[in-house]
Design a protein around this ligand. Structure first.
Ligand SMILES: Nc1ncnc2c1ncn2[C@@H]1O[C@H](COP(=O)(O)OP(=O)(O)O)[C@@H](O)[C@H]1O
Ligand SMILES: N[C@@H](CC(=O)OP(=O)(O)O)C(=O)O
Length: 455
């Protein structure tokens, strides 16, 4: 059997839902379908998830919110109209959406999570109704009834492994399609908690592992995963096949086409992933596969960049001789309940790289003060506009001179590099640059390796 996930871009309008339904019905193996919330229909449209965040914020601030709720509802009405569904068939969706402000939540973070989750919840309900109206045996499955349990913070949840056994007990019948909302699960106390943004991919991977799917098909709005983000380099080369760990590093660093956390259940279950285009399902797309038996076709598989980082640079002579130096820093981070992304070191200096999205200005000041006081470095610098570039490829392991190629490519464009680090896995090289230089760096490395490969 197959688990299929459709992203928000594939379910944004009646016409795109029609394409998705055609794909579902074309293959009886597609027994489990994961839906996202309706996404953007045109470039400056607003995703339903973002409208729900606005709705939640209005409720939290005690502002009027009915107009926003109505705008959200109309997104579902538009899709329903396309399939000729009447008002009475939308009554439950309307009722659930407008009742959100009245429910009880443990705190404002849980309220936000519950509002956000309704983008996928209501869409899954609607798609089940559309299929049923067309005579297809389709059933909406709520994550609560299926046993999708999560732990962690309400807006950044992590799956509880117990879920896999519970979900495996959900009955599958050859003639029935299960429609499952993506993006959220339930906490032990029974509250909704969502994964991080883009997290419907995670739900798909959890279900694929739980049901021991033969494949997890992830339908989106591009023909393939490309070697670089197509918004950074126009018309880049597609990736035919790649390994789980290549994709994990690339999605971590910026390939938003597939969520980095969604790889974990797929790896655990050794489920192949096929990323395909809803508009062109006949195209092969990209496969993400186990490492065992994988033969790399190229030196470099992909180059990704993320601009949402910040770094703390510390210089102190003889850091390498000071016992417990890093431990003292880690204790300070723990005191602030902060995780860090990377910590490259030299003999007299150390850089701590953070996800800037997890910080605010007050926290940065407090952290820098604490480090200044307790560590007493010779110099301390906060770098607020840090970008990470990840150059990834299983093929790099057998190649000499990859780093020299990268540095030549960057130097030829006059870009200055703040940090270079080759991971222990030997399949990735990480660069740190100023955020403003990130796209230029990616383009330079792409040109060097991919245009050279063509010669
Ligand atoms: N390397 C890449 N290959 C393909 N698409 C990429 C890549 N990096 C970023 N993207 C972006 O990811 C988008 C698809 O992800 P997303 O918008 O989350 O889709 P969905 O709505 O299907 O979940 C593409 O339209 C593209 O702009
Ligand atoms: N709707 C959620 C979850 C998700 O995965 O969406 P999408 O499939 O459109 O990336 C979000 O916008 O974050």
């Amino acid at each position: 059997m197959k688990v299929v996930k459709f992203g928000g871009s594939s379910l944004a309008s009646g016409k795109s839902v029609k394409n998705a339904l055609k794909i579902i019905l074309a293959d009886p193996e597609r027994q489990v379908v994961v839906t996202s919330a309706p996404g953007k229909r045109f470039s400056d449209d607003i995703k339903v998830t973002d409208l729900l965040i606005k709705y939640a914020n209005e409720v939290l601030k005690g502002k009027s919110n009915q107009e926003t709720a109505e705008t959200i509802f109309q997104r579902y009405v538009q899709i329903a109209d396309y399939f000729g569904l009447g008002e009475e068939e939308l009554a439950e969706i309307r009722e659930k959406l407008f009742a959100l402000p009245e429910a009880a939540y443990p705190n404002k973070n849980y309220l936000m999570a519950a509002f956000k989750a309704h983008g996928e919840r209501l869409n899954a309900m609607l798609i089940s109704k559309i299929l049923q109206k067309r005579g297809v045996k389709a059933r909406y499955v709520d994550p609560k009834d299926a046993g999708l349990l999560v732990t962690g913070t309400p807006n950044n949840a992590v799956v509880n492994p117990e879920s896999y056994h519970l979900i495996a007990n959900v009955p599958l019948a050859q003639d029935e399609i299960l429609i499952f909302p993506g993006f959220y699960g339930y906490t032990p106390a029974g509250h909704i908690a969502t994964f991080s943004r883009g997290g419907s991919d995670i739900t798909g991977a959890i279900l694929a592992r739980a049901f021991h799917a033969d494949i997890y098909e992830n339908f989106t709005d591009v023909d393939a995963i490309f070697t670089v983000d197509p918004r950074v380099v126009a018309d880049p080369e597609p990736i035919k096949d790649m390994t789980y760990r290549e994709m994990r590093e690339l999605s971590y660093a910026g390939f938003s086409v597939f969520h980095d956390e969604a790889l974990i259940p797929a790896i655990q279950g050794q489920i192949p992933i096929n990323v395909k285009n809803t508009q062109h399902p006949e195209k092969r797309g990209s496969f993400i596969l186990p490492e065992k038996g994988f033969t790399p076709q190229r030196t470099i598989t992909g180059i990704a960049s993320g601009k949402h980082f910040a770094a703390l640079y510390l210089h102190k002579y003889l850091i390498n001789k000071e016992v417990g130096f890093t431990l003292r820093i880690l204790n300070i981070l723990a005191k602030f309940n902060l995780s860090y992304e990377h910590m490259p070191t030299g003999i007299d200096d150390l850089t701590i790289i953070f996800d800037r999205d997890h910080l605010n200005d007050a926290l940065i000041d407090e952290l820098c003060n604490a480090i200044q006081e307790e560590i007493d470095p010779d110099s301390l610098e906060w770098i607020d506009d840090y970008a990470l570039i990840m150059i990834v490829g299983e093929g790099m392991r057998q190649q000499v001179g990859v780093i020299s190629g990268i540095t030549q490519a960057i130097a030829s464009r006059g870009i200055s590099v703040r940090m270079i680090n080759q991971g222990a896995s030997e399949i990735s090289i990480m660069l740190g640059t100023a955020a403003k230089d990130a796209d230029k760096t990616v383009a330079a490395i792409y040109d060097y390796f991919f245009n050279k490969d063509k010669e």
